[in-house]
Design a protein around this ligand. Structure first.
Ligand code: ADP
Ligand code: MG
Length: 560
């Protein structure tokens, strides 16, 4: 799907054309906006989900199957839709997976609510029923989760791979899952994973299969010259002292050259001497503080690199800003902008610093020593687009593997858990008096959108699939979901389709809260530019009861 600016599926319900909507109109407009988003990302769900191509107004193209990235880049104009986008952003930042599920569930809850309104239910009855259903669902999720042995790497790989199946081919996914599990293991101590010890390092070029795990902090040296005529640049330095230079390392020629016309051999000679002295002084400045590794954010003059190499200093130039900061964190060095700032306090230390070649990539690998074990995942892919997508995928793998290690509890995927919850909710609904019962049932129906959508993307008739799956659950096979590869029901534990409990909990809770927040709104007022001016866009009502989506840069207030 293509969503150029302002031309997305929401333009039909764009708030820009409306000044004030009340009661039923407000609710209808909000429901339509939420549903539109659900439709936009719903078909990306699961391993057979389709990719979306996003075209930015400036012509940039992103191809992805990741619900959060899609919503992140869509030009959403409706204030209610912004609330739904928040659901995805929240899901993505808190647990790193389950974004499409959360948005799909929100949209389904809104759809079901629209039907209940048509039947004459009051919004409060619906939101109360949803709240009750949400609470019951949390309770049942907790009861249904099973422990995963934290030492079972194969199971952890299953969990990591489930989070990203369909985003790449199976072999690559297995590689990503394996890399993520190894990284998480390395960063784990006493059941807690310290993700600051894991660095994802996307490097464009090469093939996805060349992605690898490197012990230590890896810095890309691709844009640094590594050869100098007649001098050997040191390859490895143990017990290194590291200086991080934030500017270009060059001889300041301004004074020396610009005022001098090189009109005689003598002036030329003087100039050379000036330069040589300046280079020698620079080398001395680094040596004085004991630096034997110099990493520079910009370029280093060739003669200076040669002099530094002669003094056994390992130099790296044109290092990216983010890598400079990673190096600062790893070595304790401070970024300095002039030689004057060099001091024993601004240089850092490392157990070892080594230039290494991995496949087609030149790397600087820094190991910190002590307890701090750092690992870098070097992610490769032919183009920037490809590595960026690889990075998103591996990030998700790392995130869920972390959740599985730290929380240790998982649930079957493939719609099995949603079917189980739906069953439980229908049981509970029988005991709920009055019309609220209908809302609890509607919640159960909304949950079944997950297996239904998975069936649709897999090319299986969703009605047949649901009937069969429900029958299996009726027989007590709680972990049976849809194996989308085979297109039939199967034990998800056997198929290795497992998801962290935390992901499901967040998805269901997020969806319930967002749907209820939207359903409670019965008045949408366009605030004028001046009104919002003092406090920033949308800020004026951000603390209002029902103004959950008040922030976020939209010049609208959502109130009751
Ligand atoms: P989300 O953004 O919600 O994580 P995904 O596109 O990752 O969306 O799809 C997740 C859904 O796909 C989950 O319900 C998960 O159980 C299901 N799923 C993943 N792998 C499989 C598989 N091999 N067979 C069946 N379902 C799967
Ligand atoms: Mg996922």
């Amino acid at each position: 799907m293509t969503t150029p600016a302002g031309n997305g599926p929401l333009s039909a319900v764009s708030a820009a054309t409306v000044e004030r909507l009340e009661g039923t109109d407000a609710r209808e407009s909000n429901v339509a906006a939420g549903k539109a988003l659900g439709d936009a990302v719903g078909t990306t769900l699961g391993p057979k989900g389709l990719d979306k191509m996003l075209v930015g107004s400036s012509g940039t193209v992103v191809v992805t199957n990741d619900g959060a990235s899609i919503l992140d880049r869509m030009d959403v104009e409706h204030p209610a839709a912004e609330l739904v986008v928040d659901v995805a952003a929240n899901q993505s930042s808190s647990v790193g997976d389950g974004t499409t599920t959360a948005v799909l569930l929100t949209a389904e809850l809104l759809s079901e609510a629209a039907e209940l309104f048509e039947m004459g239910l009051h919004p409060f009855t619906v939101t109360r029923g949803y709240r009750r259903a949400g609470e019951t669902a949390m309770d049942r999720l907790d009861a249904a989760a099973v422990e995963v042995d934290p030492g079972d790497d194969a199971r952890l790989r299953d969990v990591a791979a489930t989070a990203v199946t369909g985003k790449w081919d199976d072999d690559a996914n297995a590689t990503f899952a394996d890399l993520a599990v190894r990284a998480v293991r390395a960063a784990e101590a006493d059941g807690t994973v310290d993700l600051s010890r894991v660095t994802l390092r996307p490097v464009a070029g090469g093939s996805v299969d060349d992605s690898a795990l490197v012990s230590g902090l890896a810095v890309d040296m691709e844009s640094s010259s590594t050869s100098i005529e007649n001098v050997d640049v040191p390859k490895r330095i143990d017990g290194a002292t590291v200086a991080l230079f934030d500017r270009q390392l060059t001889v300041d020629e301004a004074d020396a050259v610009s005022n001098v016309s090189v009109d005689s051999p003598e002036t030329l000679q003087a100039l050379r001497e000036y330069e040589n002295d300046a280079y020698a002084a620079t080398v001395a400045a680094f040596r004085d503080v004991g630096a034997d590794v110099v990493v520079c954010q910009k370029s280093i003059d060739d003669p200076l690199r040669r002099e530094l190499a002669r003094a056994d200093v390992l130099t790296v130039e044109r290092t990216r800003q983010d890598e400079m900061h990673d190096l600062a964190a790893a070595t304790g060095a401070e970024l300095v902008a002039s030689l004057d700032e060099l001091s024993p306090a601004t240089v850092g230390r490392a157990e070892s610093v080594e230039r290494r070649r991995l496949g087609a990539t030149d790397l600087l690998v820094v190991t910190e020593g002590g307890d701090a074990e750092h690992v870098s995942l070097l992610l490769r892919g032919g183009t920037r687009h490809v590595v960026d997508e690889v990075e998103r995928i591996v990030e998700d793998c790392v995130h869920v593997a972390t959740l599985a290690v730290e929380n240790g509890r998982v649930l079957p995927g493939g719609g099995a858990t949603e079917l189980h919850l739906a069953r439980e909710l229908r049981d509970v609904a029988d005991g709920v008096g009055g019309r609220e019962q209908l809302a609890v049932r509607a919640f159960a129906d909304a949950l079944e959108a997950v297996p239904r959508t998975l069936a649709t993307t897999a090319g299986v008739d969703p009605v047949d699939a649901l009937v069969e799956l429900r029958a299996r659950h009726h027989d007590g096979d709680r972990d049976v979901g849809l194996d989308v590869g085979a297109g039939r029901p199967r034990s998800m534990a056997e198929a290795g389709v497992l998801e962290p409990l935390v992901v499901k909990q967040h998805a269901v809770a997020n969806a319930e809260e967002a749907a209820n927040a939207l359903l409670r709104i019965d008045d949408v007022i366009a605030a004028t530019g001046e009104e919002g001016g003092d406090e920033g866009p949308g800020g004026g009502h951000a603390d209002h009861d029902h103004g959950g989506g008040g922030g976020g840069g939209y010049p609208w207030a959502i109130g009751h």
